[in-house]
Ligand binder design. Structure first.
Ligand code: FAD
Length: 380
């Protein structure tokens, strides 16, 4: 075996051919991850699955419990259970306006959910037992010294292209709630700055998360959205007493208007791993961080994640429509949902391949979509 291969083996714990850690002083920080939220912990836990790393890994996070304030939902196939690790899965989901409802039953895809605490516990179990990974409770605002720096700090809403504002209320009912389908986008309606809908997520027989959400050009009032949750709960479950367990609220990016400066390679929402049109990021973050970790360990190389151009293009059309003609969105979304099978709709929400994007072209109502493509919003 060559000296190079021997060094690679010492660094990676296997005999994979590659650049390994040649040139790295084992006492210096090899990887510094700024931010220990979903992407920071995903990257660190993927690295932690390698017994021997080329050098120390540091994660800087000022508020380690912050992740417990979130619930993550995502689509998955049965084969992906072990990787994406949902606590609950659902086969039924629906999209509705005030007048019409489309119900889907997934065959290949399910809608999975796990709490931020579940993610945190899983990641911590592998990270904290790795002798080369160190977690530091601190905020970092200047580039740290390391061979590879990853930056996952959240970006301020003033840079968002469009905003997803939402307030969620998780409740425990006295009796089973009998919600049989996830309400992905229920009662979609146009507002003067975008669209609003209610998201309904059953979390077991007696628990549910109710979340009023806006896709909007200006920050929505989160306390107003919270009071819509209260009204909804008292109206829809007037005979089933409930207790509030937890609330969550945020403004999350739907694309960025300007490029922020990063302390290293951007990951997570900052690194374009959340979808512009939906705000979903869990699935992409898990897979992209696993790929980054593999490349680091095998090739001592760090590459930035780039979403596919077709997805970016389709999302831009959608965001322009929300911006210019929010009144057209409820019908467009409902038509797309009605014309697609459940699995096609799930694939459209994930947009993993160009064919998922092109299927929208077949399913979207022709006139508003064509007008949006040529930028003639006034013709819709
Ligand atoms: C409430 C909520 C619910 C969501 N639900 C879903 C969902 O259901 N499905 C889905 O796919 N996506 C969801 N998302 C979108 C996305 O997946 C999450 O925002 C995800 O957490 C993004 O990961 P991240 O690592 O980019 O950011 P975060 O998880 O927010 O991590 C960033 C970390 O950086 C830390 N930090 C901040 N400043 C500094 C500093 N100066 N130095 C060091 N660290 C710093 C923060 O404390 C934070 O922990 C949700 C987002 C929110 C806010």
């Amino acid at each position: 075996m060559s000296i190079k291969a021997l060094m690679t083996q010492a660094c990676t714990g296997d005999s994979t051919a590659g650049q390994g850690c040649i040139g790295h002083n084992p006492m210096d920080t090899w990887v510094h991850i700024v931010g220990g939220g979903l992407s920071g912990l995903s990257l660190a836990s993927s690295l932690a699955r390698h017994q021997v790393l080329p050098g120390p890994v540091v994660i800087s996070e000022p508020e380690p419990e912050r992740l417990t304030k979130k619930t993550f939902s995502f689509w998955l196939t049965d084969e992906e259970h072990a990787i994406l690790n949902p606590e609950h899965t659902h086969s039924n989901w629906q999209v509705s306006t005030k007048k019409l409802t489309t119900l889907h039953t997934g065959q290949r895809f399910r809608y999975g959910t796990r709490s931020g605490k579940h993610v945190l516990d899983e990641c911590q179990a592998v990270i904290s037992s790795h002798p080369q990974i160190h977690q530091v409770k601190e905020a970092i605002d200047a580039a740290p010294k390391a061979d590879h720096v990853f930056d996952s700090r959240p970006i301020a809403p003033s840079s968002f292209r469009l905003i997803q504002s939402f307030s969620g209320t998780e409740v425990e009912f006295q009796r089973p709630h009998q919600i049989e389908a996830v309400g992905l986008m229920n009662q979609i309606e146009a507002t003067d700055s975008g669209i609003r809908f209610v998201y309904i997520l059953p979390l077991g027989a007696k628990r549910a998360l109710i979340e009023h959400t806006e896709f909007t050009t200006k920050l929505a009032d989160l306390s107003a959205l919270q009071s819509m949750n209260r009204d909804y709960l008292s109206r829809e479950f007037s005979t089933n007493p409930f207790q509030t367990i937890r609330t969550e609220a945020a403004h999350i990016p739907m694309g960025f208007r300007s490029t922020a400066s990063h302390l290293g390679i951007p990951i997570g929402a900052r690194g374009g791993m959340t979808r512009d049109a939906t705000g979903y990021g869990y699935r992409t973050i898990r897979y992209a961080c696993e790929a980054i970790a593999r490349d680091l360990v095998t090739n001592n190389r760090a590459t930035r994640y780039h979403p596919s151009l077709t997805t970016q293009w389709a999302d831009t059309v959608f965001l322009n429509l929300i911006d210019q003609r929010p009144d057209s969105i409820p019908e467009i979304l409902l038509t797309i949902a009605r014309r697609m099978t459940a699995d096609q709709f799930a694939a459209f929400m994930m947009m993993r391949t160009p064919s998922d994007v092109f299927r929208i072209l077949w399913s979207a109502p022709l006139k508003p979509f064509t007008c949006a493509l040529i930028g003639k919003y006034q013709w819709i």
